[in-house]
Design a protein around this ligand. Structure first.
Ligand code: NAD
Length: 254
């Protein structure tokens, strides 16, 4: 199989200022891509930009709150104006929630859906014409919570199931237009989000869900995501097993 090349390709990463998003951006940059990092966290974005420039990689950073449709549209438009188009959209910006259903306010559900689901929808809508023109790739960073229930995270799981429905259905719709959609379902990756959800390192081993595997590093997850993108995989399920980790891919139905 011919591998996709990312040399000189324009890669947009939402939530690109930390964790998995940032590690994925570095991996694509090392492969010759031009990265556009979108995030709400301006301080981190500035630091990321400095580090990319110091390393000699082309980069653009832009503050973008993915819950605001206008922000997403303006950010994608700026990327297109500056670099000519979008080749890869990594929908990654996300937040989590961990609280019992009876104790969780509706506003928490609204916020989780706004970031995880609507953010990905707005960015994809804004970039789709360019992605079609350039035969691009959409990567939806979901979760194992998008495939199965996750105890105490009803809002998070619902938002990731919603993403899963959107992107697996979109795959069938845009395949004939030359756009590939890859879905990524990480297990436990050591990032700020996961630290907040599990209450820090100490709790990881006690958390019942951690039985499915240890925490993996964002860098290792990024390597697997990159290789999956090169090979146009449909689905990557990332769970850490020992130091090596493994990845599973399968063809989606339809
Ligand atoms: P992270 O907290 O390190 O990164 C998330 C990034 O998203 C941050 O930079 C944050 O500023 C940004 N962000 C949050 N709200 C935003 C908004 N409204 N607009 C723009 N940017 C926003 O966490 P991470 O673990 O790297 O998470 C990245 C993605 O991976 C998330 O979608 C998460 O659900 C998914 N994921 C993570 C794990 C894990 O174990 N870490 C497991 C499964 C799925």
């Amino acid at each position: 199989m011919v591998k996709r090349s990312f040399d000189n390709k324009v890669v947009v990463v939402t939530g690109g200022a930390s964790g998995i998003g940032l590690a994925v951006a570095w991996r694509f940059a090392r492969a010759g891509a031009i990265c556009a990092l979108l995030d709400m966290d301006e301080t981190r974005l500035e630091q990321c930009e400095r580090e990319f420039v110091e390393a000699g990689y082309p980069v653009m950073t832009r503050r973008c709150d993915v819950t605001r449709r206008a922000d997403c549209e303006a950010a994608i438009e700026t990327v297109i104006e500056r670099f000519g188009g979008v080749d890869v959209l990594f929908n990654n910006a996300g937040i989590t929630q961990r609280s019992a259903f009876v104790e969780t306010r509706i506003e928490v559900y609204e916020r989780v859906m706004a970031v995880n689901f609507f953010g990905a929808l707005y960015c994809t809508k804004a970039a789709i014409d360019s992605l079609i023109r350039r035969g691009g790739l959409i990567i939806s960073n979901e979760s194992i919570a998008g495939l199965a229930p996750l105890l105490g995270r009803t809002g998070y799981a619902a938002s990731k199931h919603a993403m899963h429905g959107l992107f697996t259905s979109l795959r069938s719709e845009v395949r004939d237009k030359g756009v590939h959609v890859m879905v990524v379902c990480p297990g436990f990756i050591k990032t700020n989000l996961q630290d907040r959800a599990l209450g820090g390192d100490g709790e990881v081993t006690r958390h019942p869900q951690s039985r499915i595997g240890r925490q993996d590093t964002p860098e290792h997850a990024a390597e697997i995501i990159f290789r999956g993108a090169e090979r146009e995989k449909d689905l990557l399920v990332l769970t850490a097993v020992g130091k090596l980790g493994y990845w599973v891919s399968r063809l989606a139905p339809g």
